[in-house]
Every structure is written in structure tokens, then in C-alpha cells.
Write a protein that binds this ligand. Structure first.
Ligand SMILES: C[S@@+](CC[C@H](N)C(=O)[O-])C[C@H]1O[C@@H](n2cnc3c(N)ncnc32)[C@H](O)[C@@H]1O
Length: 212
């Protein structure tokens, strides 16, 4: 039987909403702009959080549908939607069970979400279903590193998940994207930075893949 989907992370949600703006000033803004560059038409964003991506969608994006299961974050996203250029609809739903028709989006976006979904395989199958053939999945996701860092991520995975809203440090998200049938067109490691200096540790994969 499939694992139950979880959406109640009230303490994490408030901490995340408070701390996320600091990440924007520390360089996340540039990554978000690169993540979304060149998109157009109808876009689905899963796990939109407080809507930090919304103001970075390029003008050719007409409509963004955001799926956000956590109530506190969803309300933040609805507030952010008011300042967005595109039409935005924010839905209370999970990536694993999208209440959306087949082949209805030109692109989908996942930033720091595939680490936290309950079932990556199901979420990616749903993304594949709702994207039109040739549609793109844009992703920015932290993944398991190799060597000692990877072993540390394995050790910290359980306690980290308890404080970080079910986030997993050691998922092989790139392999999961490929296993779901997406074809990766471009991808690079964009490590987090502190005062402009790249931090060693988690690999942060920024890329695009398409539905064949
Ligand atoms: C670290 S936050 C990232 C938020 C946002 N994407 C960003 O880039 O700032 C992870 C987000 O994934 C959402 N999430 C967790 N499980 C999910 C699921 N099964 N389906 C959709 N979103 C989920 C959380 O509620 C949270 O908003």
C-alpha cells in the first residue's frame, strides 16, 4: 500500500518562511532566475512554498498553477501570487496526486521539493502525465553526494527529516528523474554559497529534462 501523504509541518513551515528570504539575498535569486529562464505558456510548480519563484517567471509565462499542501506556506504563496506577472492559481494538493488533466502543461518546476515528497516515483509519474509531450521539467534539487559527505548525509537523514519537514538529504533524485522516463537535456551542480563562496557538501543539481 502507498505511504500516506503528509502535509502538516507547522513548525518547519514557519521556520522556512522566516529563513528563506535570507537565502534569496545570499544568491538563491540568481538560481531561481536561471531555473525559470526561457519558460513560456502554462507552467505547473509543485511544492511552491511561500511562492519565492513567482516573481521570477519570464513574461512569456501566461499562467502558473502552484501545488502546495502545507497550509501556512500556501497562504504565503497566495500573498506572493498577487505580485506576480503571470496569472497564478494555488491549489491544496500533493505532487503525488495532481488534480489536473493529462498533457495540460508546457512545463513543470520543482525547486527543493523532490527531496521532501513522500513518494518520488509517484510524483515524477504525475509530472510526466500532466506535461505535454516535449514539455520540460525544470529542477533545482539537492542530492546525495559521494564519499564521506554522502555517508554523513545517510547518517543525518532521519534526524534532519524530523526537523526539516520530511526532507531527505540522501536521495538520488537525478536517477529518479531518469527512471521516470524524462530525458535530461542539461544539468550542473550549483552549490549553495556563503558570502559568495561555494560550500562543500550537498550537490545541488540545476537542470532541465523533457518528456519524450
Ligand atoms: C524546502 S520547501 C521549498 C519551497 C519552494 N519550492 C522554494 O523553492 O522555495 C519544500 C516544499 O515542498 C512541499 N512539499 C512537501 N511534500 C510535498 C508533496 N508531497 N507534494 C507537494 N509539495 C510538497 C513543502 O510543503 C514545501 O513547500
Amino acid at each position: 500500500m502507498a505511504a500516506p501523504l503528509r502535509s502538516r509541518h507547522p513548525i518547519f513551515a514557519r521556520c522556512f518562511a522566516t529563513l528563506a528570504p535570507l537565502a534569496e539575498t545570499a544568491g538563491a535569486k540568481g538560481v531561481r532566475q536561471e531555473l525559470l529562464a526561457g519558460l513560456e505558456g502554462r507552467v505547473l510548480e509543485i511544492g511552491g512554498g511561500t511562492g519565492a519563484n513567482l516573481r521570477h517567471y519570464p513574461p512569456a509565462v501566461e499562467e502558473v498553477t502552484v501545488v502546495e499542501p502545507e497550509g501556512y506556506l500556501r497562504r504565503g504563496c497566495q500573498r506572493a501570487a498577487r505580485g506576480a506577472r503571470a496569472r497564478v492559481e494555488v491549489l491544496a494538493a500533493w505532487a503525488e496526486r495532481l488534480p489536473l488533466p493529462d498533457s495540460s502543461f508546457d512545463a513543470a518546476v520543482s525547486s527543493l521539493v523532490l527531496c521532501s515528497v513522500t513518494d518520488q516515483g509517484l510524483a515524477l509519474a504525475e509530472l510526466m502525465r500532466v506535461l505535454r509531450p516535449g514539455g520540460e521539467l525544470r529542477f533545482y534539487e539537492h542530492v546525495r553526494s559521494s564519499g564521506a559527505v554522502g555517508q554523513l548525509q545517510d547518517t543525518l537523514d532521519l534526524p534532519w527529516g524530523l526537523i526539516a519537514g520530511g526532507c531527505h538529504l540522501n536521495r538520488d533524485t537525478v536517477a529518479a528523474i531518469t527512471a521516470a522516463g524524462f530525458v535530461i537535456a542539461e544539468m550542473r551542480n550549483v552549490p549553495p554559497r556563503l558570502v559568495g563562496i561555494p560550500l562543500p557538501g550537498p550537490r545541488m543539481m540545476l537542470g532541465r529534462a523533457s518528456r519524450p
